[in-house]
Write a protein that binds this ligand. Structure first.
Ligand code: GAF
Length: 403
């Protein structure tokens, strides 16, 4: 693996150690504790979460750590340690004064979490937070959710609340709080995929989540034992469309469900798809077709994984990409070039992950073929005169917790 550091270690070691050291340097004493949370890739089930559908993510080895100390004066101070060893410090804010929309930028994530926890009745008496992470930013790998989830566990921990103890809030509920932070404070209309992955994934498994029921299952995913690897291709592209197009797609799906008289597109069974499409205006049809077929691809992938047929899921991944490109129309040149080059070089399957219009793709490859796939993707980027992609192998890693 090259490019971003594997196994969640930055150039100066694991993020939890860096955050603790940086906290001590900045505040002159050790923090009360350090909490960290991972980024994610989604094996399959894209743009299904806000349609009450199925998703199948796993946690990356890359993590964001938050070293934290409780304050009693109601103030929240946040500093972030960059790769260059420099601190970025946000303007201190009073938790009681936090309002959606302010602060903006990176500080909105920890501030928004403090805001939502306080609103949900968690005693947030103030805190000093120091952040250090290895989740690549702007790569569609959920670095913002890693920061939000680590902050949520840190602030809960400072309030003496263990999410996993009987009577504790539980991780699915914390995921809802983080979603509220994103939707209401940060102003991004995202679903439940990313924060649930960061909070609930466990090592060696993909998380099969049914967003409608909230039920989940940890499905074993041992690519290595099957002689396979999941190669992550960070396209390093981020197109201006990302935010507006996400909201447009989401509204389109909600409108289609309304026109069909359904609570959500989840209630549309595959057998009723053709008839439903006939009743919808032309522009909404491909959106609906993607969501219904994508849910089926998740179910089929889970079936194969449950019976140990990991080498048979490639077709589902590639079909997912085609559907996201042609029906949902959220792909872009960089993602398509990565997927096509990987497949041409022998990948068993490949697809874009996350919201689209940049970010990352994944390719399922035989371990022995990885070097060839990497070479082919890099060469295809050079041919298209695109910025060279960053490549790394991802294994399902532990979810958020106290370090
Ligand atoms: C982004 C969102 F944050 C998720 O909620 C999800 O909708 C995803 O795009 C698409 O599957 O990552």
């Amino acid at each position: 693996a090259r490019g971003s550091a594997p196994w969640g270690q930055g150039p100066q070691g694991p993020p939890a150690e860096r955050a603790e050291k940086a906290f001590t340097e900045l505040h002159g004493h050790a923090p009360e504790g350090v909490w960290s949370a991972p980024g994610r890739v989604n094996l399959i089930g894209e743009h299904t979460d806000y349609n009450n559908g199925y998703v199948l993510p796993f946690a990356l080895p890359h993590r964001t750590a938050v070293a934290a100390q409780r304050r009693e004066d109601g103030l929240l101070t946040v500093a972030s340690l960059g790769d260059d060893g420099q601190f970025q410090q946000a303007e201190p804010v009073r938790v009681a004064d936090l309002r959606p929309g302010s602060p903006r930028g990176w500080a909105a994530y920890p501030a928004g979490v403090a805001w939502v926890l306080a609103a949900e009745g968690v005693p947030v008496t103030g805190a000093d937070l120091v952040i250090s992470g290895t989740v690549p930013t702007g790569a569609g790998l959920s670095s913002s959710h890693a920061l939000e989830c680590a902050t949520a566990l840190a602030l809960l921990g400072l309030a003496g609340i263990d999410p996993d103890q009987p009577g504790g809030p539980g991780r699915p509920r914390i995921a809802r709080w983080v979603q509220r932070c994103e939707n209401e404070f940060v102003g991004a209309p995202t679903g439940l995929l990313d924060q649930t992955a960061s909070l609930c994934c466990v090592r060696g498994h993909v998380l099969f989540l049914d967003v409608r029921s909230g039920e989940s299952e940890q499905v074993p995913f041992d690519a290595e034992a099957a002689g396979l690897e999941v190669l992550v291709i960070d396209t390093r592209a981020k197109h201006a469309l990302v935010e507006s197009a996400y909201g447009d797609r989401r509204r389109g799906c909600e409108q289609a469900a309304r026109l069909l008289g359904l609570p959500s597109l989840r209630e549309l069974e595959p057998a009723g798809l053709a008839g439903a499409l006939d009743r919808l205006p032309e522009p909404l049809r491909p959106l609906v077709r993607h969501v219904v077929t994508e849910n089926q691809r998740v179910l089929s992938t889970v079936d194969k994984l449950r019976s140990g047929r990991l080498d048979e899921i490639g077709g589902e991944l590639t079909a997912s990409h085609a559907s996201l490109r042609d029906d949902y129309q959220v792909s872009c040149l960089e993602l398509d070039v990565a997927v096509e080059a990987a497949l041409a070089a022998g990948a068993l399957g490949a697809r874009m992950v996350g919201g689209g219009f940049g970010g990352s793709a994944i390719a399922l490859v035989r371990a022995g073929q990885r070097a060839e796939v990497e070479r082919a993707v890099t060469a295809a980027y050079a041919r298209h005169e695109l910025t060279a992609p960053r490549l790394f192998v991802a294994v399902p890693s532990p979810g958020a917790g106290r370090d």
